[in-house]
Design a protein around this ligand. Structure first.
Ligand code: B4P
Length: 185
């Protein structure tokens, strides 16, 4: 977890490699569907372009289908899911059905100014349609309203691992690795 620009996708890919499990990124799956012009992509795009979350039913059924694939059976790393209280509940049910438990929930903490600087830079290099200034501001708002409250949910469950996401990508990767040293690789 972490606000837009915190480094979730960046660090998730590295950590998944280390753990030998697939990184399941809801944002990446949505973007792939948008570029392939699927029905799911068409539905997701209008929410993503506005900086809003894709509706829970759409997101939940997509994640459920992805976690049922063979490569996820030994375990998986979720990037950008769950993001709402309803998604937390749905994930609990999926995990029970799959016979898995959460090992940890990582939150990357980054200053607001740094978040904006990263996304402005990405807008220049990758041209993502949701990295314009207005949409970034909306995404930060949505994160504060809908996702930040999940931090307390997972803290209460004793699963929360808070990691400082400021600094170079490699520095953050090292911090994350140290914080999760007990997980099997
Ligand atoms: P995401 O794809 O998750 O977008 P994000 O929050 O910006 O995270 P991302 O992983 O891309 O960026 P990162 O922080 O790694 O979601 C996009 C949209 O999809 C959402 O707004 C929503 O509409 C929809 N969606 C996704 N999941 C959903 C769900 N569960 N429910 C409903 N809707 C959902 O990196 C940002 C930039 O910073 C990159 O350019 C990176 O290179 C750079 N960076 C990373 N670490 C850095 C560092 N240490 N130093 C400098 N730059 C760094």
């Amino acid at each position: 977890m972490g606000p837009p620009g915190a480094g979730k996708g960046t660090q998730a890919a590295r950590l998944a490699d280390r753990l030998g499990v697939p990184a399941v990124s809801t944002g990446d799956i949505f973007r792939r569907n948008v570029s392939e012009g699927t029905e799911l992509g068409r539905e997701a795009q209008r929410y993503m372009d506005a900086g809003d979350y894709v509706p829970d039913e759409v997101t939940n059924s997509m994640v459920r289908a992805r976690l049922a694939e063979d490569d996820a059976s030994p375990g998986f790393l979720l990037d950008g899911y769950p993001r709402t209280v309803a998604q937390v509940t749905e994930l609990d049910g999926m995990l029970t059905d799959l016979g898995h438990e959460l090992d940890a929930v990582v939150v990357l903490a980054v200053d607001t100014e740094e978040l904006v600087a990263r996304l402005v830079k990405r807008a220049e290099t990758e041209g993502r349609s949701d990295d314009t200034e207005d949409v970034v501001r909306r995404r930060q708002e949505v994160y504060g309203e809908q996702t930040a409250p999940l931090i307390d949910v997972y803290r209460d469950r004793g699963l929360l691992v808070e990691v400082d996401g400021m600094g170079d990508v490699d520095v953050v990767t090292k911090r994350l690795g140290d914080a999760l040293a007990d997980l099997q690789g």
